[in-house]
Design a protein around this ligand. Structure first.
Ligand code: 8IG
Length: 280
């Protein structure tokens, strides 16, 4: 793809990406965007009927990961029994890849340009609450952007008071009553936190720590979308548990939780879709 963020208006690039998705998928407008983070990828199979899929690199502005790894897949899925079309972003560009903030939020701007009024952001992260065993799904109630970066340019005073839409959290609470809620703090990574940093995060009011989501949420709100955030706690944050963090632990917790959280996400999407249809 010849396009690069150096020479291009990121909003214009997103608009062209959305036009490409509409042309390739044959779906003129999408309604809900879903970003599948660590542990959540199986959910794509439960959402509905797949209309289209392609490697993200077929669409303007979506780059391959910095390091070797699989390219993310873009999917268009029609939620069963509804006329609601979901744009599934199967991988994200992380801030720690060092490409700057615009590639990180390109999916959000593309989703908005594709017609989406709602985005569901999922991730895998560390938890500060000991009662959240690895494998626990937590609703994001609020966030702390601790990256020092922002996707906004200039004097653009976006209101983020209710960044994670209360009504969408209520829908998930009806699907799975008693779902815990937390405050997500995005670190730049790619190292995990030190125990001292986790302690700091707790003092600041965070209960979840990770390396994604917060910058995307800001860009999503700027683009006018309402946001649902779902975190999979794959590990207790450093220093909260007695044992050091291991990547294997993270992968294992994700695999164990996958069927359960995939159902939670699919059922929540169906409930959101039905609400959308009844308010049309
Ligand atoms: I999965 O404990 C996962 N991602 N920053 N800290 C941070 N990111 C994470 C963690 C964690 N676990």
């Amino acid at each position: 793809m010849a396009d690069s963020f150096d020479s291009t208006d990121p909003y214009a690039l997103a608009k062209r990406a959305a036009e490409t998705i509409a042309r390739l998928s044959g779906v003129p407008r999408h309604d809900i965007a879903v970003v599948l983070g660590s542990g959540w990828s199986q959910a794509a199979d439960l959402i509905g009927e797949e209309v289209w899929q392609a490697p993200a690199t077929d669409v303007e502005g979506f780059s391959a990961p910095a390091l070797a790894g699989h390219v993310g897949t873009l999917r268009s899925i029609k939620i069963t029994g509804t006329d609601v079309h979901v744009l599934v972003l199967g991988a994200r560009t992380h801030y720690y890849e060092g490409k700057g903030v615009e590639p990180v939020v390109h999916g959000m701007r593309t989703a908005a340009a594709a017609g989406c009024s709602t985005v569901v952001l999922t991730n895998g992260c560390g938890g500060l609450d000991r009662s959240w065993k690895p494998g626990t799904a937590v609703l994001i109630r609020d966030q702390i952007n601790f990256t020092g970066a922002t996707p906004l340019r200039g004097a653009n005073f976006v209101d983020v008071t209710d960044l994670y839409t209360p009504r969408l959290r209520e829908i998930v609470q009806r699907v799975q009553p008693g779902t815990p809620e937390g405050v997500y703090m995005q670190f730049s990574g790619p190292s995990y936190e030190t125990p001292a940093e986790v302690k700091m995060a707790g003092v600041m009011g965070a209960t979840l720590v990770g390396m994604s989501t917060a910058l995307e949420a800001i860009a999503a709100r700027e683009a006018g979308m309402e946001i649902l955030g779902l975190s999979l706690v794959t590990n207790l944050a450093a220093g909260i548990s007695e044992t050091p963090l291991s990547h294997e632990e993270v992968i294992e917790a994700g695999q164990e939780a996958a069927p359960r959280i995939s159902r939670l996400l699919a059922e929540s999407l169906l409930a959101i879709a039905k609400e959308k249809e009844s308010s049309k």
